[in-house]
Design a binder for this molecule. Structure first.
Ligand SMILES: Cc1ncc(C[n+]2csc(CCOP(=O)(O)OP(=O)(O)O)c2C)c(N)n1
Ligand code: SF4
Length: 328
């Protein structure tokens, strides 16, 4: 008999060592509770792995494997293949930071998708290598201060742009890829549930503010992630078989300054003229994303409902089950 109380049982339980206000901890709690305990979780090295599995203790109330930094998707591929041979339908979920996704894990992730493994890959995107001391990653946005992109005489923080990973992943022509963030739980919930109804490789990029690395008040993680969406800097989108099938539209666009000001990682941009140039650059990047996804083309409030109604197709050799995968 299953004695787990569905209202009180958390896959990621309390007592772990995340910093207060950790967006990654919030996102992981949401995702894993939606997927449920009867799944196999593979965790790349990173903050989530470190703060949940310390010295023979574990905060996971589900089967959980720690892979190395680079190979979580390869481990998941093997687990999924073994389950398939055994005729089991247990969901397989990868969890990784942006370093483990955008950079060092990208090759294994690409292979996993190309081979068509039935795995959900979740990237908790906190836009730097947080676990090892806030080094810049391929996900770190332009002009951000990190320990390896310090602003100074020659630069205003990171010089390169944030890698457009959702487009790279969607270009694999895979069944489902989407972005989400902790500020919009109904949207995140709908996307996780939708991903779990689809067979084949699926990918979620969840913006997960890190109070330590972003240097914002730990009480502001949710509002900061909301501002990332409202400014256009982090569009909430869905892509199926490479095509855009859903966007969360904006009633109005907020200026990027509202998002940047509460975060110490952008503080240098408000200190001098050179920083002001980068502020305009960041505003232009947000404007470009708004145009690209047509985020303002709506006369109502948040258009979540419509965004969630996008049809799934069984194209590309993958089948789509009509019911939510049964969790036994
Ligand atoms: C091959 C290899 N290089 C470097 C490391 C050190 N390392 C462990 S976790 C990590 C950063 C993880 O960053 P990310 O994936 O973004 O996750 P976060 O900690 O930010 O959640 C690094 C550099 C490692 N474990 N293995
Ligand atoms: S450093 Fe950032 S990602 Fe890591 S536990 Fe702290 S808040 Fe979370």
């Amino acid at each position: 008999m299953d004695n787990r109380d569905p209202f009180r049982y958390n896959v990621l339980t309390s007592g772990h060592r995340a910093c207060s206000g950790c967006g990654e901890a919030m996102a992981a709690r949401m995702v894993t509770d939606l997927v449920g305990p009867d799944a196999i979780y593979i965790n790349a090295t990173g903050c989530l792995q470190v703060f949940t599995s310390h010295n023979q203790q574990s905060a996971w109330q589900a089967p959980w494997i720690h892979s190395v930094f680079a190979n979580a998707a390869a481990v998941a591929s093997g687990v999924e293949a073994a389950l398939r041979i055994k005729g089991k339908e247990t969901p397989v979920v990868v969890q990784a930071g942006d370093g483990g996704t955008f950079d060092i894990g990208l090759q294994c992730l690409s292979g996993m998708i190309e081979r068509g493994h039935d795995v959900l890959f979740v990237c908790y995107d906190n836009e730097a290598y947080m676990n090892t001391g806030v080094q810049r990653s391929g996900s770190t946005p332009h002009a951000v201060r990190t320990s390896t992109s310090p602003p100074g005489q020659f630069s205003q923080g990171k010089q390169e742009l944030k890698k457009d990973v959702i487009s790279i992943i969607a270009a694999h022509n895979m069944p489902y890829a989407a972005t989400a963030t902790i500020a919009y739980f109904p949207d995140l919930k709908a996307k996780v549930e939708k991903a779990m109804r689809i067979k084949g490789p699926r990918f979620l990029q969840i913006l997960s503010p890190c109070p330590l690395g972003w240097a914002h008040d730990s009480a502001l993680s949710v509002s900061v992630s909301r501002l990332a969406v409202e400014t256009g800097l982090f569009p909430l989108v869905e892509l199926e078989h490479g095509e855009l099938t859903g966007v969360m539209r904006l009633a109005e666009q907020k200026p990027v300054e509202e998002y940047l000001r509460p975060q110490g990682r952008f503080k240098h941009l408000f200190a001098n003229k050179a920083g002001g140039v980068e502020l305009r650059h960041l505003q232009a990047l947000a404007d470009a994303r708004i145009r690209r996804y047509d985020l303002l083309n709506v006369d109502t409030q948040w258009d979540t409902e419509t965004a969630m109604q996008s049809e799934r197709h069984g194209r590309g050799g993958y089948t789509v089950s009509s019911a939510v995968r049964e969790v036994k």
